[in-house]
Structure formats: C-alpha cells, structure tokens
Design a protein around this ligand. Structure first.
Ligand code: ATP
Ligand code: MG
Length: 467
C-alpha cells in the first residue's frame, strides 16, 4: 500500500470488463476523481497482468465475460496469496439474489448493479478502499504488536528459565543444607548420648574394677580357707580321740562354743561366703559387660547377657521405693545364638527402653485404676525362618495416646518434665537399631494399658553396617 491517507480518493484500481464501453465509462469516472485506473478486457489477461506491476488497491470486476466469468476470476484471485487481500467489487447487470450470493461466496466484497450511478460507484469504491486500508493498517499494527509480544515473551521465557534454574539451584542448596543440618543434629545427638553413656560406662567400669580386685582376693583364698578349716576340724577331732577325757577347762569351753554345731556349721558358712563371692564376681562381670566399649566392627554377643547387665544397672530403680512396690521382671528368654552386633550400642538401646518402661510404671501410679502387679516382661525369640532375633520389652504402665505414639521416635519429643526427659532416648534407639544394625524397631501401645516395644535384629552379620 502506498502512503495515502486512509480515506483518500487516490489509489490504483483495476477494472476488468469485456465491454469496452463499460471500461471507458468507469475509467473516465474514476480517473476524474484522481484514481489511477488500469483497464483489462478479460479475466484471463487480468490474471496474467496483475503480477507484472504493483498490485492494485481495489478491483472492479464484471461477472459476465466470455472466457472466464467474474466468479471464476474472483476465486482464482482469492486463492492466490499475493492477491487474496485485494478487495473486489462485482459489477453486473444481473440483479437476482442467487448471483449476489454466488458473488459473495466467491470472495467479493460488494456488488454494484448496472446500470450504475456514478455517485454510488464513487461511494462504494471509496468506502472499500478506506476499509481495506484500515484493515491493512490494523493488520500491520496487530502484527507489530504480536511481534513485540513475541519478543517480550522470549525475554520473559528467558527470565523464567533463569529463575527456574536459580530456583532449582536454590532447592538443591536447600536440600544440601537440610541434609547437613540433619547430619549435624544426628551427630550432636549421638555425641550427647555417647557422652552420657561414656560417663556412665566409665563409672560402671570403675566400680567393676574396684570390686573385682577384692573379689578375686576373696575368691582365691576362700578355697584355701575351707581346706584349712577342714584340716583344723580334723585335728580337733583327732585330739578328742587321742586325749579321751578332757579336763574341766576344755570341757567347759567346748560346751560354751558348742563345738559340735561349730564343726558342722563352719564349712557351710564358708561355702555360703564362696557363693556370695561368686555373686559379686558375676555382678562385676555384668558391670563390665554393660560398660564395654564398641570397636568399629560388630562382634558376637550374647543378647541376654546385655539385657541382664542393663537390668542390674537399673536394679535400684526397680526396687520398692516406698511409693510403689518392687517392679517384677519377667524373663521369657528364647534360645538365641550369639549375634554379631555392637554390644555397647545395644545395651544403650536396652537401657533407653527399660528406663522408659520404669518411667511409665512410675507414672501409672498416679492413676489409681491401674492394674497390679507392675511388671516388665522381657521376651526374646528367634523367627521361624531363623533370619532374625526379636526382643520384646513390655510394660503394663500408663501406655500412650495415638498422638504420642506417632511422635515417640522424633528427636526431642518428650512428655516428661524438664530435667527428667530430653526426648532423645527413642530417636537414638532407632538410629542404633536401624542404621547401625540394619534392624527394625516398632511399638504397640494403648493408653492406660501399657506399651510393648519390639526390636528385630538380622542374624546374618552382612546386614550390619560398619559405619
Ligand atoms: N514405655 C513407655 N510407656 C509410655 N510412654 C512412653 C514409653 N516409652 C516412651 N514413651 C513416650 O515417648 C516419649 C519419648 O521417649 P524418649 O525415650 O525418646 O524420650 P524421654 O524418655 O522423654 O527422654 P530421654 O529418654 O531422652 O531421657 C516419652 O516422653 C514418653 O511420652
Ligand atoms: Mg527415654
């Protein structure tokens, strides 16, 4: 389109009509108004010639022509991308509805009936030229805007992409941070608990050591003492036999000390002293079992000894404390083989679970409807497939609500008063069982009824982690 104002009466018009008189009239009229007119006497010529020069701004097209009629010319022009947009006004003598419809269907924009009035031709030509120019302008504007939007879109897409990539990086950094934080918390947790256990372990090991020396001393000598006593008794009996009738002094003293009873009882006394010494030695052994440190590899360990040694350490808490009677420990030990594990760590788990059970039993006292006697049942069993050992620690304490049950393994979750519980016990127990031993720990509990913790440990040491 040339640089004309929108409603200018200028512009180029192609007139296609096989009647020379019509061509002449229209050329005369339009040229007079300032339009540049190009006449074409046939459709075929028009279709060829239209591409040779600048495309016209508008076409006036006769319908009835000998070679190609107006509809066909119109269809061909509309089918060609280069000429599709040029407005076409039909001019024809025919005036029935069918042809008008056909003209519009072929792509015509308007219709002027012959004989035409000059003013009508001007008006329609001018209107359609204006409309066409407006449309072109609008189209170019729309295209401009579409292009701008596309450009902005590209920039936006770039920005979004950059944002997404930044976001992704942030998310990764965030995840790493979270992981680091979790590891840090876990390490801190482990350190606190290790410190606690190490202190307790040292204390217990110290006590065990202190006890052990005198016990070895007693145990080592008691056997000799018994021998000596037996020898002395034999000697006394020999004297009695040899001397026969003793004097009064000896007789009185013999009666005073009840020599017959003494001879009968002294070996028994020494034997029971030996039993006592044996028990102390067992306690000392248990204390050392409890306080044993772990190496970085699992070792074969008798789980029952671990539980027994932990119960021994907790004995003072199980006793009648004036507020409640002694807590009964019921052991239902199965036939467990030695299990490859980290004994110190496992003892720590038993300690945490048994302490919690005692706490729950202490607390159950506040509930007068609670059943008696207070019991902790420790049961061990080997699975039918002999793949894992299961240890149950069950109390008939106050139990847990559903809400508490869902949180017990969370770090720092506690229902105990400040100073009494830190909320670490079960979190650590889970870490030790699941991560260190490749086992499982779970619980069953009902508020007011009691709680049962279960630990399953794999028997094959290949499941045990060495970290
Ligand atoms: N046998 C149990 N009976 C009832 N509630 C229990 C029992 N064992 C644990 N709980 C509940 O689970 C919570 C968390 O136990 P966990 O051993 O992790 O921490 P804690 O005993 O509160 O403190 P910590 O063991 O660190 O001194 C307890 O506060 C208690 O509410
Ligand atoms: Mg606890």
């Amino acid at each position: 389109m040339n640089n004309l104002s929108i409603d200018s009466e200028q512009g180029s018009i192609l007139v296609i009509d096989d009647t020379p008189a019509n061509l002449q009239v229209l050329m005369g009229l339009l040229s007079e108004r300032g339009y540049e007119v190009c006449p074409m006497p046939s459709g075929t010529l028009a279709l060829q010639g239209i591409h040779l020069d600048d495309y016209p701004d508008l076409i006036l097209l006769d319908i009835q022509m000998p070679d190609l009629n107006g509809y066909e010319v119109c269809q061909k022009l509309k089918a060609d991308e280069r000429t599709r947009e040029i407005p076409i006004i039909f001019i024809s003598a025919l005036d029935d509805l069918f042809d008008k419809v056909k003209a519009f269907e072929a792509g015509g924009i308007d219709y002027i009936a012959k004989p035409f009035q000059a003013e009508e031709v001007f008006l329609r030509v001018r209107t359609h030229l204006t409309l066409s120019r407006l449309q072109k302008k609008l189209k170019s504007k729309t295209e401009d805007q579409a292009r701008q939007i596309r450009e902005k879109n590209i920039i936006l897409e770039d920005t979004v992409e950059q944002l997404e990539s930044t976001n992704h990086k942030l998310e990764i950094a965030n995840q790493e941070l979270k992981l680091n934080l979790e590891q840090l918390q876990s390490t801190q947790l482990q350190l606190v608990q290790n410190e606690k256990m190490a202190t307790l372990g040292q204390l217990v090991a110290g006590v065990a050591h202190e006890i052990n020396n005198p016990v070895v001393f007693i145990d080592g000598n008691i056997h000799h003492a018994l021998e000596y006593v037996r020898d002395l008794i034999s000697l006394v009996e020999l004297y009695q036999e040899q001397v026969g009738d003793p004097n009064d002094k000896i007789r009185n003293y013999t009666e005073a000390i009840d020599l017959d009873f003494l001879i009968e009882d002294l070996p028994k006394t020494i034997t029971s002293m030996k039993e006592g010494a044996d028990r102390i030695r067992n306690i000392s052994y248990s204390l050392r079992t409890f306080s044993r440190g772990d190496s970085d590899r699992p070792i074969k360990f008798n789980i029952h000894e671990g539980i027994d040694s932990t119960l021994l350490i907790l004995k003072h808490r199980l006793k009648d404390n004036g507020v409640r009677p002694e807590i009964e420990i019921v052991k239902k030990y199965g036939d467990l083989p030695e299990i490859a594990c980290f004994p110190g760590k496992l003892n720590q788990v038993f300690m945490n679970l048994l302490s919690n059970a005692i706490d729950a039993l202490d607390e159950a006292l506040n509930n007068p409807s609670h059943c008696q006697p207070q019991q902790i049942i420790v049961k061990t069993e080997i699975s039918a497939e002999k793949e894992q050992a299961t240890i149950w620690i069950e109390d008939n304490g106050m139990g847990m609500s559903e809400e508490v049950k869902n949180k017990v393994f969370d770090r720092l979750f506690t229902t105990k008063e400040v100073g009494k519980g830190t909320g670490l016990g079960l979190a650590i127990a889970r870490e030790i069982i699941e991560e260190k031993h490749g086992g499982q720990i779970w619980l069953e509990s009902e508020a007011g009824q009691g709680t049962k913790f279960a630990i399953a440990l794999p028997l094959s040491s290949s499941d045990v982690s060495f970290n």
